[in-house]
Design a protein around this ligand. Structure first.
Ligand code: SAM
Ligand code: SF4
Ligand code: SF4
Length: 458
């Protein structure tokens, strides 16, 4: 695939200035990308001559104008931060866990605490009132842990209590799968609570990192329960795989196992990051290993789809949407980290955090019993907490993917001891490898892009 820049020029037809943009070209097709607005246009390569001659046909000019390629629609560097309007809420129900994963980011086991019923009632009231006051149409709630299914009754109570007038509420839990008996699956399903099961691959790799406290393997139980849950949830069942040094070399085999044996359609792969509470540095991958694993993952997913296994990976799907539609669709990956602004986490005392930081009390930005509204609390924190300082390194200045990435995940940067504004190197490595590969896929295999998205976009 060829990649080159076209400098800004004055269009001789309209007299307007067309901004600098990047051209990706392959097989007589090209994708032009405006790194300031994040918009793309797909064109036949013949159109490139019109750029050389600096004479843009009317119809193309209209497309360029509507996509922010005409200068007065642009700002010099992306000013694309998300607005403060939280819509995704996690509630920390417990720091207890029935497992002991080698990389766990939670402070599990240090104290065995679960949330009280009265605190659940108060947090649910707080969320409901906020939704009604802000007239939100959609919000997502995720009871969190530790292992959230240890507190099943609290989850069901939350489901019953959060019913704001005029707001559609989507509930989900991420679970290690150990407690997913038929009875529990039925309760969750009947209450319309979506589930994501953490599984790190087939037994050899899963059991090297996801184990019981005593060190005993968990894969047998997780796989059995996952298949049980799949009977009920069908293709709506999601999984989360944490990629480490142990399993990254088997990424193709893991995807094959997920697609062909477990018949999964919606998977998510997250790279492990350092934890403040487990000694897992040796499980973390180098930047080159991350780029390599990400590309191997994409290639395997394409291969499986070409063979008729319609498996899609969540983060890849979000990034295809970023490229094609330039819409905000993800708290972490569409407009950089939107922790606090779009996502809030409550701890067991009703304290408010901008993301999954409830084990780090210094990151607390407020409490549900404060007089100020949630939006004022976040606005105040965004003025005086370094969590909210925009992240940018010198490499970001010329990076075409800044509009989406904006320095990556703040929690991951913090967990690696890098106080913002330092960037998150995991997301950097993923984006630098993945976005160009996705552009090539858009140009060469539109059918696969449609399959990964689950609808006809191209
Ligand atoms: C903290 S757990 C809580 C829910 C549940 N106990 C579970 O394991 O699914 C949520 C997710 O975070 C992942 N996770 C834990 N520690 C991590 C780390 N250091 N880096 C990346 N992901 C991690 C887990 O594998 C799991 O998929
Ligand atoms: S099951 Fe979840 S909470 Fe428990 S140790 Fe593993 S990652 Fe941590
Ligand atoms: S991919 Fe890397 S260089 Fe580009 S914006 Fe993200 S962190 Fe900065």
């Amino acid at each position: 695939m060829k990649r080159y820049n076209i400098n800004s020029f004055i269009d001789k037809e309209s007299g307007k200035k067309i901004t600098e943009f990047i051209v990706f070209e392959k097989d007589n097709k090209c994708l032009i990308f405006n790194k300031y607005s994040g918009h793309i246009i797909l064109l036949d390569s013949n159109y490139l001559k019109t750029f050389e001659n600096e004479k843009i046909p009317k119809e193309l000019f209209r497309r360029l104008e509507s996509r922010g390629f005409v200068e007065n629609h642009n700002e010099h560097f992306c000013n694309n931060a998300c607005d403060v309007l939280p819509e995704f809420f996690m509630v920390d129900l417990t720091n207890k866990c029935n497992m002991h994963c080698k990389y766990c980011l939670r402070n599990v086991g240090s104290s065995n605490k679960s949330i009280s019923k009265s605190m659940i009632v108060d947090i649910c009231k707080y969320i409901s009132k906020y939704c009604e006051r802000e007239h939100l149409l959609n919000v997502s709630i995720q009871p969190w842990g530790g292992e959230p299914l240890l507190e099943l009754e609290s989850i069901l109570l939350m489901k019953k209590l959060i019913k704001p007038v005029g707001t559609k509420v989507h509930f989900s839990v991420e679970t290690n799968g150990i407690l997913l008996t038929q009875k529990t699956i039925d309760k969750l399903y009947d209450n319309q609570i979506a589930i994501g099961i953490s599984i790190d691959g087939f037994s050899k790799v899963h059991d090297s990192q996801r184990v019981f406290d005593c060190g005993k393997a968990t894969h047998n139980i997780v796989e059995k329960n996952l298949l049980l849950a799949k009977e009920k949830y069908k293709d709506k069942l999601g999984t989360i795989t944490t990629v480490t040094k142990n399993n990254s070399k088997y990424i193709e085999e893991i995807l094959e196992y997920f697609a062909c044996e477990l018949k999964l359609k919606n998977v998510k792969f997250n790279f492990v990051h350092k934890s403040m509470f487990s000694d897992c540095e040796e499980l973390c991958l180098s930047n080159d290993e991350i780029s390599d694993a990400e590309l191997r993952m994409l290639n395997k997913i394409v291969e499986l789809n070409e063979k008729g296994y319609h498996i899609s990976e969540h983060n890849i799907k979000v990034k295809i949407k970023n490229l094609l539609f330039r819409e905000y669709s993800d708290i972490c990956h569409s407009k950089g980290c939107c922790g606090g602004k779009k996502m809030i986490v409550f701890d067991m005392m009703g304290n408010i955090y901008p993301c999954e930081l409830t084990d780090t009390p210094t990151e607390n930005i407020g409490n549900i019993y404060d007089k100020s509204s949630l939006i004022s609390t976040v606005n105040k924190a965004s003025r005086n907490r370094d969590y909210f300082i925009p992240k940018k390194a010198n490499v970001c200045e010329t990076c075409e993917w800044y509009v989406f990435c904006q320095g990556g995940c703040t929690v991951r940067a913090i967990s690696c001891g890098k106080r913002p504004p330092e960037i998150d190197m995991v997301e950097c490595a993923v984006n630098k490898a993945l976005y160009p590969a996705l552009v090539e896929l858009i140009l060469t295999k539109p059918r696969i892009i449609n399959l990964l998205l689950g609808f006809e976009a191209l």
